[in-house]
Design a protein around this ligand. Sequence first.
Ligand code: UGA
Length: 436
Amino acid sequence: MALKLSVIGCGYLGATHAACMSSLGFEVVGVDTDQSKVEMLSKGELPFYEPGLDTLLAAEISNGRLTFSTDFATVADADVHFICVGTPQSKDGLAADLTYVKASVSAIAPHVKEGSLIVGKSTVPVGTAQLLRDQLAISAPQADLAWNPEFLREGFAVEDTLTPNRLVVGVTNDRAEVILKEVYKPIIDLGTPWIRADLPTAELVKVAANSFLATKISFINAMAEVCEAAGGDVTVLAKAIGYDPRIGNRFLQAGIGFGGGCLPKDIRAFMARAEELGANQALEFLREIDAINIRARKRMIDVVRADLSDDLTQYKIVVLGATFKPDSDDVRDSPALDIAAQLQAAGATVVVHDPKGIEPARKRFPNLDYQEKVVDAVKGADAILHLTEWKEYRELDPSVIGQLVKSKFIIDGRNMLDRNKWRAAGWRFHALGRTD
Ligand code: UGA
């Protein structure tokens, strides 16, 4: 008989995992404490924007394999329970807040059946899985626990879940591995590498991967700073070093740096955990990675000030992009929004446009001015800042936009616009990390 699955926490990770596992043919129940989220998902509606997930979700709801509930007792039938709740940064420090992980495991413990497997997917500080195992030994000795970190990227969530570049499972026995192999059989059959690890290694793989990615981005942004000082061009530098396959050309896009709900908080939580373990020196470099990243936002503001004036009160600045990356409506720790808010705090009149992120952005920064259309946003602008690289911004016609602004001046904070095209239309064009 096919395994039955439950997914605890139906946010970004959980909703994606539930819909994708259902699409593999499993009966899946998703459980979340947020009534309105559960109601939306039950109707096949996605509470956030993610390309391709909306149609997948609707299809799985209508074929009846996928259901959602606020009742933890609905997990009783499931053989495998995936924990997909958030682990945000704590309010009072760098560490990850494990409240939701602990609460969800406690909530399902009274309901899980004999022989079932609880599988953590949330990003947690190393040692959490063992802690939960110790708790389960008392509250639900009939169940086992494994860890299976998730590497999906927003904007590619379905693709990354159904065709990941590897599957990593942290287990303490063969039986847990056999169960997970049964769940992921269709994906393994595609030739996906399978890595069995112990629990701490599985937990560490995730934060190590995100730390490496953050390091790559901050490395190239550090090179951008040096290029600015030395009269170089970071885009050419990135291209040139990227041809070395040991370096690779991905994640070397210089600009205003990384944001989102993962990279920033994960490197901070990793540092906090290393300190608890007495290994703080090993991760000291991540402090610098974080500092370079925050500095990239400040450098953007410095460029605006250097180009317009120290006093920004007379200027209208248009920010293109509010989300932390394109093809997402996620504005958590978005560099673009942070810069917009800082410019407004400095006295500028700031207008923000984004194809998908205006409503979430408005919730975070209600006092910024938002416009639904680029042509409305740019009217009378003294400067345009390109801060999230949505495709539609690359397709803008500089001649059309040029007729609407007060001053034809654009700064590319993502190094993605075609500067020849803009300059040919009479624009002053600046970019981070490029001096000419
Ligand atoms: C990241 C990881 O890439 C995923 O593998 C991981 O599963 C996920 O976090 C997570 O922990 O859940 P995501 O947050 O969706 O995924 O975003 P990324 O694509 O990694 O981009 C992060 C930020 O880095 C964005 O703000 C992006 O604009 C910035 N970035 C990325 C750059 O500034 N330069 C680059 O070259 C690449």
